[in-house]
Design a protein around this ligand. Structure first.
Ligand code: PLP
Length: 289
């Protein structure tokens, strides 16, 4: 079956109660602050074999993002039943992206936040990158590694809807033949990808950059580290410079939907993964035995 033939699902919370909407009908008002200002938060969750992955940790991060943006605390039970309603009946052989979106509501009206969910197939391109990896460009995010910790209005650590800079960086990388980006700080530290966490391996250790630089705390990185430790790896959160990525045995961009995509080149210089990517996919439970 063609990707486009699979259902696209839209749901919302109306007065705290989940309801599914006709995907062909508009679901957001033109005055919604999420639409006109990017003023809101979201989460992307993988639906695999018909089940929603990591719901509890994603709802915890949604709650943290709401705190950082001064939005009301999400009603976890209501969001969980909205996620379940969307995933109910989703074909188990199709991987899906479940997006939970909460905005500040309508401009000029003291109404409730808008709470929406969408479910659509994972793009084939994303699955290909999981299998084959990505070439990356190192691009400056234009802030020092400690700036966001002292400037809370920059929303470090929040998964806000304001992703125009992130997708612009991806477009920029693509215009020069790469497929993804590793952001660096103005003081030369590795931050994160526009939609992913950087993880690198040396020997039997996995490493990732620290969150006090304002990067998003990744649920996939946390999951990977937990499973890697059980499998006998050591893990560490360490300030990282680009030279560490060049010298590493393997580097991945990890995120909920794509899983782990090995970095196959950095600024045009090719690099390998020491054959470790299948192990990482196994630790993330992304291999169909
Ligand atoms: N960093 C950023 C900026 C992201 O947008 C994402 C996910 O979209 C991640 C990291 C990875 O987070 P997770 O593993 O929870 O999907």
């Amino acid at each position: 079956m063609d990707e486009a033939e699979y259902p696209h699902v839209i749901g919302r919370l109306f007065e705290g109660v989940p309801e599914l909407l006709d995907p062909a009908q508009p679901a957001v008002a033109a005055f919604d602050l999420g639409l006109v200002r990017g003023d809101g938060i979201f989460e992307s969750l993988l639906v695999r074999h018909g089940g929603v992955r990591g719901l509890s940790t994603h709802l915890s991060r949604l709650t943290r993002s709401a705190e950082l943006l001064g939005l009301p605390a999400p009603d976890r039970a209501a969001w969980a039943s909205l996620a379940a309603a969307c995933a109910d009946g989703w074909p188990p052989e199709v991987e899906g992206v479940l997006r939970l979106v909460m905005t500040r509501g309508l401009d000029g009206l003291a109404g409730p936040p808008t709470c929406l969910a969408t479910l659509a197939p994972v793009p084939e391109e994303t699955l290909r990158q999981r299998r084959e990896g990505v070439g990356v460009r190192l691009l400056s995010l234009g802030v020092s590694a400690d700036e966001r910790a002292r400037s809370p209005w920059l929303l470090g650590g929040a998964k806000s809807l304001s992703y125009a800079v992130n997708v612009a960086a991806l477009r920029h990388a693509k215009s020069s033949g790469a497929e993804d980006v590793v952001f660096t700080s103005t003081d030369g530290l590795v931050l994160e990808g526009p939609t992913s966490t950087v993880v690198w391996a040396s020997g039997h250790s996995l490493h990732t950059p620290p969150w006090d630089s304002g990067i998003l705390a990744g649920t996939t990185q946390a999951d990977l580290f937990e499973h890697a430790e059980h499998a006998g790896w050591t893990t560490s959160v360490v300030p990282t410079i680009p030279a560490d990525l060049v010298a590493a045995d393997a580097v991945w961009l990890v995120s909920s939907i794509r899983g782990a995509a090995a970095i196959t080149s950095i600024d045009g210089a090719t690099r390998g993964d020491a054959g470790l990517t299948p192990t990482v996919h196994r630790l993330l439970d992304l291999i169909d035995e």
